[in-house]
Design a protein around this ligand. Sequence first.
Ligand SMILES: *Cc1c(COP(=O)(O)O)cnc(C)c1O
Length: 714
Amino acid sequence: MAESSDPAQQFPSLPKRIHGLARLSYNVWWSWHREARELFPALDQQAWRESDHNPLRMLALVPQQTLDNAARDPEFLERFDAVMAEFDANIASQTGWFTTEYGAPQDPLAYFSAEYAFHHSLPLYAGGLGVLAGDYIKECSDLAIPMVAVGLIYSRGYLSQKIRDDGWQEDDEKTLDRTYDPVKLVLNGNNEPLRVQVPFFEPPVHVLVWRADIGRVPVYLLDTEVETNQPWDRAIAHRLYTNDPEQRLRQEIVLGIGGMCVLKALGIHPAAVHINEGHPAFAFLERARGLVESGTPFEAAVAKIRETSVFTTHTPLSAGTDVFPFPLFEKYFSSHYDKFGTDRNGLLQLGTNPANPDAGFNMTVFALRMSNFCNAVSKKHGEVAREMWKGVWPEKKLEDVPITAITNGVHLLTWMDPQWLQPLFAKYVSPGWIRDQDQLKMWEAVDNIPDEELWGSHSLLKILLIDEINERAREEWQKKRVRAESVIAFGALLDPEILTIGFARRFTSYKRPDLILHDLDRLKLILTNPLQPVQIIFAGKAHPSDIAGAQLIQRVFQLARDPNFAARIAFVENYDQHLAARMVRGVDMWLNNPLPPLEASGTSGMKAGANGVPSISILDGWWLEGYNGTNGWAFGGDATEGDRTAADAEALYRLLEEKIIPLYYLRPDDEIPHEYVRVMKAAIKSVAPQFSSRRMLKEYVRQFYVKALGVKKS
Ligand SMILES: *Cc1c(COP(=O)(O)O)cnc(C)c1O
């Protein structure tokens, strides 16, 4: 199968000597390899910034003279050659941890997800689920796990957030740019765009296929924006998680069933299929249909599929589960039951939740029934999920419900600061720290980093964060003439000398972004204490249909504008992967206070901890496993439902007042808060190895993939 756009044609001005830059730009690999990432700003700092860190767009912006100079600059060429040699060697070799352990299987695994966050130049995600999927695929590449990935390309999916002067969130649609985003149209044998028909639609729906390369893993993205499709069909993949239930069902048919058809058209026959959350679960249906077509009876086909199907559930919220009313489901499937070798009941039964049999076709229940390998994303979430879905296995005792737990992790090379922290690890922890990043023992050597060096790096990262926020606030002023109070609310007066709390995640009720605002008088005393002041940086989007979430943003923003809080609260617009990276490195502590047990795992606190930013968090999700008494702080707990919020807020205030603030401001003669640095080091030592995507992927391999692929340790 060919790919479109010969880079030589696309970048006619790129001198031959550095033509590899085009190849490098098309593979997001550059984003998690320091020397590769630094190549672009080294070429042209201004174009790099103007392109919003998108190498392809940048190459179009760089003046010809600059390119010609670079092609003759021995220093640049030396760096360029080193990067290209590493890149080409890595991409060309299919070997790594997985193949050393298990050999190379004939067919790959296929991973399906409705969203992916690889880099902010490729806007295909809404939030944490996408970030997890993006980190997952990068780690598969690093470990040489034989994987192909499938998703959708959302032409108008990504919302960028604007806050009005009155604090209300407005959503700007950011449209995908098929020219400069790092995706290539997949061509067929005749060098024409590959078009694949998705079954079950009348009139037929076709998809085009785009390919993104994430290191060694190809990601195939289905596009319904095809001229021959009807307008409503073209819109199937316009937006992530559309609210219209029928369009959502159609989206999931395209993702799951269309996705399997695309793999087939590409000649890829996955040995096992892993679906990330329930949205792509129809992939299992299509796999079963394929077996039935070649003569296997329906029940046997389902049994067979299960042996090579993996399903990860991510949410303890029922709103996170798609349930399609039966009549809607039947609208698409009723004339096709025979294709599955079964009847209406045979098919509908698979998606029926015994706990709520009339609700409709439940994608999570269906996925659970179709997979022998099911997991939740933290130990606590495992317990919650077994309780939630035990009805699917009425004959089993609760503890035997076959949903295990594999706790999430984050891709360290993506999230750990490459500029100052990673070099410290190389110097003081181990020169081979990247290879051994999931080894708990190795990280003990974090103690070898001199306090002043770790604190010095942290202080630089904090200044970098606050500078960027100041810059954004000034832009608001210049471009939109927002009111002065809003400029302050956007963070124009943040101070790098002050203890800084970060709170950034989706704004939604169960995450309780307003918990710390519970007693405003007390909060004001904490923030404006003249000797030991505190500031809070908030960021996060609300889902467009979550009015309560938007109201929470408004409440925070209005306080941020309130002179009583004297610029000690900021709300930064448009939380995305870039801002997240800056924040988890640059604040002093990371606050998380969901209503237990609704946080399945949470990953932003892992990113922070790996950068030496300790969590101050409710014991829920990953923190129940992560907190060890020395690496951050836990609060909240016993209160009964009614006064839970008051009790949690009280516990938070007390912890800050009595413990954390005094610790932070305890500065001996050398001005370095050694006690606080000790907590920072404990955070890195415990969080980096245990909550790395490397540890996570190895668990998936050992618990699931080895069995699903039928491979053995070699
Ligand atoms: C990490 C991340 C998330 C998920 O954070 P949680 O702590 O799981 O809520 C969401 N959005 C972005 C942009 C992230 O980087």
